[in-house]
Design a protein around this ligand. Structure first.
Ligand code: HEC
Length: 116
């Protein structure tokens, strides 16, 4: 007597489960963590460390330190512009031709958030 009820419940329940599971799994791509497209620290090491020092401490005669204190005088936009457009008549070259806007944003973020 109970098996007449239980068996269909199991079958229908099983079908519902598998169909739901299947539908949910398909449209939702597995949330694989995307490796960040931009590695700001690597960009800094490659493009900036030569003049600003590996730890943003500055290099005498080449580039000033980029510390939270020295950068506090500049807005993020000014820092971004400095990287993008460079500083005329200084060794600070424009990087807009070398780096993408995303890379310059990431660098701006990185140099202002790294505590030094
Ligand atoms: C060839 C040497 C050189 C390289 C490479 C270089 N800079 Fe500079 N940078 C300078 C110099 C010199 C100054 C100072 C310019 C001035 O006198 O206004 C400067 C200024 C700056 C400033 C403004 C600092 C301030 O206190 O006004 C920022 C921000 C900056 N650089 C970021 C970067 C970043 C980020 C990179 C890498 C993408 C980079 N720089 C690469 C030489 C360099």
């Amino acid at each position: 007597m109970p098996s007449r009820i239980i068996l269909p419940v199991i079958i229908i329940g099983g079908l519902l489960l598998t169909s739901c599971g299947g539908q949910e799994a398909a449209p939702t791509p597995a949330p694989t963590p995307q490796p960040s497209a931009v590695d700001a620290e690597e960009l800094y090491t490659t493009n900036c460390a030569l003049c600003h020092g590996a730890e943003q401490q500055g290099v005498s005669d080449l580039g000033p330190a980029l510390t939270s204190e020295s950068l506090a005088a500049l807005s993020d936009t000014e820092i971004r512009d400095t990287i993008s457009e460079g500083r005329p008549n200084t060794a600070m070259a424009p990087f807009k031709g070398t780096l993408s806007p995303e890379e310059i944003d990431a660098l701006t973020q990185s140099i202002t958030s790294t505590p030094h």
